[in-house]
Design a protein. Sequence first.
Lengths: 205, 205
Amino acid sequence: MNTSDTKNKILDTAERLFARQGIGATSLRAIVREAGLNVAAIHYHFGSREALVLEVFNRRLKPINQQRVARLEEMEQTRSPAIPLNDLVRAFLEPVFSYFYDQPPQVRGLMARLHTEPDVTRPVLQQYHEILQRFQGAFLNAAPWLTPEQVRYRMSFMIGSMGIMLSGRHPAFCGKNGARLKPEQLFEEVIQYNTAGLSAGAPKK
Amino acid sequence: MNTSDTKNKILDTAERLFARQGIGATSLRAIVREAGLNVAAIHYHFGSREALVLEVFNRRLKPINQQRVARLEEMEQTRSPAIPLNDLVRAFLEPVFSYFYDQPPQVRGLMARLHTEPDVTRPVLQQYHEILQRFQGAFLNAAPWLTPEQVRYRMSFMIGSMGIMLSGRHPAFCGKNGARLKPEQLFEEVIQYNTAGLSAGAPKK
DNA sequence: AAATAATTTAAACACTTGTTTGAAATAAGT
DNA sequence: ACTTATTTCAAACAAGTGTTTAAATTATTT
């Protein structure tokens, strides 16, 4: 078994357990037990528990955020000067969404945690600070009747509702027999909801 | 020191630590250390760690949810038959908000956790299942162009954005020098945002 | 004041935590 | 084939986990 094989096995297993039981509630020993490895293997390949956690996170977040900026930059060049709010919301949410539904359940679970667990979301958002700032600028262009503070807060509301969508927490209060929207419909709901929210207070034309 | 004094001391200290470090990351020993008590005191007064956690939660959630139903019932009697969406959003969010800003920081921190930590939010939402269902009915009345599923999902988006607001996670991506809205303004933002989101797709009149 | 009940305490229980160590096992390079 | 590197492993480390027990201390009642 070469070095990247065991490294990936650790990453995959950690990801699965993080998704299932939470990050803080998952011990290194639980990970190696399920991966059929030794506890020391984690420290050999990653250095510490914290470093492992970070690598589990960024393996998923990096491609998503790259796609976000790619879409934003493409729109900024073609559709100048102002990009419609709806398109901005799409550029921000769709990379998460498409990645989300292409991946097995454990990846979905992890991504839900990334966007809901407070002690995880905080550093995650800080790490992608520049991307958030670029989107803030674009949103401000698209909604000039808002102050920068309002834009920031509304973006955080959008992120909050996205977290809820990812975590599938909705069934928690409608029981098991409650009908569920199909992924594409659910996503359209999120887009509509947040576009309307971000547009609130817009001057009538 | 009579029995309710120590019980409250445990509740208060637990609440403060839960808010600061998270529920799962707070040990019973950390609680009693700060409260100047013995570990066994917790088991004597509460029975188990889980029972303590539950009592910490419900001490705050009960009055809030009582106020929610009170406001809903009052509106259902006076303003029949259909209650405007904006008033429903207010009836749902305002009890949390007013309670939130009347309390010291540790209570705010706890309430943020209650509405963001996945493994906490799930049982919390299940426990207040009936209240959520009543609001769902009212929302469906106020927005008859939506399906029950849409209403449920949009309510969950609203809860998600509320959680973000409570957790004050917004500064995480605007740095420390970013301007912050005053509590009342912030609350009006949340109301506006979610009213617009819930109204999305409404037939023009 | 004596007896009963309620509360607090130190100590132990069995078990889990992240991290480190040094010796085995495997792979790569010469 | 022999010698380096790299990777794995069992074992131990010190500290922390929720829970229980039985004795000591308070409060309350008779």
